[in-house]
Ligand binder design. Structure first.
Ligand code: BEZ
Length: 252
């Protein structure tokens, strides 16, 4: 599933720059201090990682996408190709930070959390924002309905993990974290373009079920279904994002 999602740094910069631009609240929750060594888990093209480095933090970024790691390195960052379920660090970070990445790590969230814990020094913090329960529910429903009309079970293709507060906090506690705060936040997010650009950037796991000739009609159908729900009178498109934002401390 995850292998059908690819990241092209140029497309990402054009269609998804809002992801790093809207990270102010989670960066505030992180409260980064100059001199701290911080791991950015799922650093993408490194634009946000570089912002933290500019505050004087010693940043290491990891991402599963070689292309995005290349873009992050081009910014002069220490970026490494590493999946979140295979973190290979031992008690070397003051904090692990993650923005808009954990929901792509659906296969084994407990392995991700265990790797984060291992990576932290005693008392270190894990501060993150990810898609939370109900995130892009309208977009997903339109995708699933259009796939169902073609006899395809879209649920089986869904690459996203959007947990409830209770689910994720239970996993954090079971792994040895003390949760300081955790909340679901509805955050309708204005898109830089049309929903079709968002789908091309983020919904490849669904469109990959179709041969390329079928995709334009499929996208047009999903777009038409979503227009009354997500496009306003000024023709601005909004994604129905829900964020899960939390701060947890490595206990014991
Ligand atoms: C995000 O990057 O925040 C996101 C991506 C896909 C679906 C929902 C949210």
């Amino acid at each position: 599933m995850a292998s059908t999602q690819t990241w092209d740094p140029q497309t990402y910069a054009r269609n998804a720059r809002f992801v790093s631009e809207l990270a102010g609240a989670v960066v505030e929750l992180l409260a980064p201090q100059a001199g701290e060594r911080i791991l950015d888990l799922g650093c993408g093209d490194g634009v946000l990682t570089a912002t933290l480095a500019a505050l004087g933090c010693e940043m290491v970024g990891v991402d599963a996408s070689a292309a995005q790691v290349g873009a992050a390195r081009a910014l002069g960052l220490d970026a490494r190709e590493m999946g979140g379920e295979r973190l290979d660090f031992d008690a070397e970070f003051d904090a692990v930070f993650s923005n808009a990445a954990l929901h792509w790590m659906k296969h084994d969230p407990d392995a991700v959390i265990a790797g984060v814990r291992r990576a932290l020094r005693p008392g270190g913090r894990f501060v993150a924002e990810m898609g939370g329960y109900g995130c892009v529910a309208k977009i997903k429903a339109a995708l699933l309905a259009a796939l169902a009309r073609r006899g395809i079970d879209g649920e089986a293709l869904d690459p996203w993990y959007f947990p409830t507060v209770e689910d994720y906090c239970a996993r954090l506690r079971a792994s040895g974290f003390r949760v300081e705060s955790a909340a679901l936040i509805a955050r309708p997010t204005q898109l830089p373009g049309d929903i079709s650009d968002w789908l091309a950037t983020f919904a490849q796991c669904f469109t990959a079920a179709l041969v390329s000739e079928q995709r334009p009609a499929f996208i047009a159908e999903v777009q038409a279904a979503l227009k009354p729900q997500l496009c306003d009178a000024q023709q601005r498109w909004w994604a129905d994002y829900v964020r899960l934002r939390f701060r947890a401390i490595k206990a014991g």
